[in-house]
Structures are given as C-alpha cells and as structure tokens.
Write a protein that binds this ligand. Structure first.
Ligand SMILES: [Zn+2]
Length: 290
C-alpha cells in the first residue's frame, strides 16, 4: 500500500501547482451540491442535497424548492415526467444573495414503457370525472406543505405483487387513450387493509366517479400520495397519519375491473414512479398483458 502511495505521489506533485491555482481562483466553498441519481429514467425523481445557501434548483422549465433540514443542509425533490425529453441537461441551483449558481449535469435516459390494453365494460368506460373532482385533484397537486412528514424508506401500502407498473401506455378496449399509467396497481384481495406509505396529513378522503373511494395524503416538502378504488375509507380530511396507518380497505369502486389497489406518488405535482421509492415485485407474467 505504501509503495503504491509513493508511486502516485510523483505525478500529483507535478500537477500540484496547477491545481492550487485553480483552487484559489474558485470561490472557497468546499461544500457543494449533489444530485442523485445523476443518470435518471423518465418518471424518476432527482434528490438534490446542498449547503444552506442554495434555496432552489431548476431543470429546464421545472423548479424545485430546497428545504432546510435538521442537519443544516438543504434537500429537495425534482421530478422527471414520463413526457420529458431524454438527453443531457444542466441542473441550475441558485445561491441566495449575490453568489453564483451551481450547475450540475443530469442525463435523462431513454426509457421504454410497454403498452397495455384494459377491457372495460361499457358502463365502467362511461364513468367520467366531474369538473369539481378535477378541480379538487388540481388543488391537491398544487398545494404541498413545507413541513416534512416523510422519511426513507417509504412503506408499500399493501404487500401484493404489481399487476401493472408505472408508465405503461394505456389502451381501453383496444383504443389508445393517449395517456399513461400514472401509478402502480398491486394485487389485493377485497377488504385488505391499505396503509399510508409515509406520515402526513389527509387532504381528501371521498368518493369519486373514476377514482372510486380515494384518499390523498400530503407528506410535505414536495411529496404526496393517493390511493384509489377502495371499498371503505376510515380516515377523514385534516387528520394526521403515521407511516403504516390504515387508510381504508381494498375494493373495486370507480373505473376498476376487480379488487386491486392503484396508488400514485406525486413529486411537486408530477406523477413519479413509485418503484423507485418502494420495492415492488411484479406479478409473474402480468406486467405486459392482462
Ligand atoms: Zn392502475
């Protein structure tokens, strides 16, 4: 080990003067921001950690607030949408006061999502959201608490395998819907308890035409979750829940073809892939066609 260290020391001496010049030319901020992962797939979430003087980050047209954490650093979530364009981009992290922003390179990788046809009975396909329901969901996505109630790792809301992954391009009775699967479906027997993936505050717990009996939770600092098609709800809006607390019981209400749990994670109002956050086993052979 020591001989290796000596061999390495010679070329480093030669470059030492040059790097010393670079070091003093740059501002003396040893601590810098980091982004994880630096290569991200569509539907994944960037996690940005910075010293306290960096309050926000921006990638293309999407901004994310970085919140002060108990350890004195800032942390924030920036979602990559299924509809974003793959490529190499600059993540600009602004510094408070007159300091220069920091720029980090982010690679959004090409991501292939399968297609899936869902057979719906005519009376189920005819269900549509009301303007009031749409407005409530928009308000939910747009309003997120600044208090962080979530911590890693999140807990899967049910234990069943995944019958439909995130991002699948959806066809209804063979016709493309132009939309993608914005969450994951997990297999559940009717009546199985559905649990909060993290602590938070219940924003809504009510019956919707398409979503069925649904619950939305604000986990704070960018993260929200939503649970659909339940047979019965046992929480009320405004209530505080802990990770793992029962929200209701599995069912097949709304636009659903059988008992299952469809759940959704939002980061700053954008649907993100829950499989990046929670370990989910695909059901064997069920991921592509059903
Ligand atoms: Zn679903």
């Amino acid at each position: 080990m020591s001989s290796f260290a000596i061999d390495r020391a010679r070329p480093m001496l030669a470059t030492g003067l040059f790097s010393a010049v670079l070091f003093f030319a740059a501002p003396l901020h040893a601590q810098q921001c980091t982004v994880m992962p630096a290569q991200v797939k569509l539907g994944e979430t960037l996690r940005i950690t910075c010293p306290a003087e960096f309050p926000s980050a921006k990638l293309n047209e999407r901004s994310a607030q970085l919140y002060l954490q108990p350890d004195g650093k800032r942390f924030g979530l920036l979602p990559i949408s299924v509809k974003d364009t793959p490529g190499t981009f600059s993540l600009a992290i602004s510094r408070s006061g007159s300091g220069a922003p920091q720029t980090l390179r982010v690679v959004i990788r090409k991501t292939i999502f399968p297609s899936q046809n869902v057979k719906l009975a005519p009376e189920i396909e005819a269900l549509h959201s009301t303007p009031e329901e749409m407005a409530l969901l928009t308000t939910f996505r747009d309003n997120i608490s600044e208090t962080r109630s979530w911590a890693d790792p999140l807990e899967a809301p049910v234990s069943g395998c995944m019958t439909s992954p995130f991002g699948v391009r959806r066809l209804h009775n063979g016709k493309p819907t132009g939309d993608y699967h914005g969450g994951v479906d997990q297999r559940t027997p009717e009546g199985e308890a559905i649990r909060a993936v993290a602590g938070g505050t219940i924003t809504f717990a009510k019956q919707f035409n398409v979503l069925g009996n649904a619950v939305g939770i604000d986990h704070g600092q960018g993260l929200e979750s939503m649970y659909l098609h339940m047979s019965r709800l046992v929480v009320a809006p405004g209530a505080t829940v802990q990770r793992g607390e029962i929200l209701g019981y599995a069912g097949s209400t709304g636009r659903s073809t059988g008992p299952h749990l469809h759940w959704v994670l939002y980061v700053n109002g954008v649907n993100v892939n829950p499989a990046q956050w929670v370990k989910l086993q695909p059901c064997s052979g069920a991921a592509k066609k059903r």
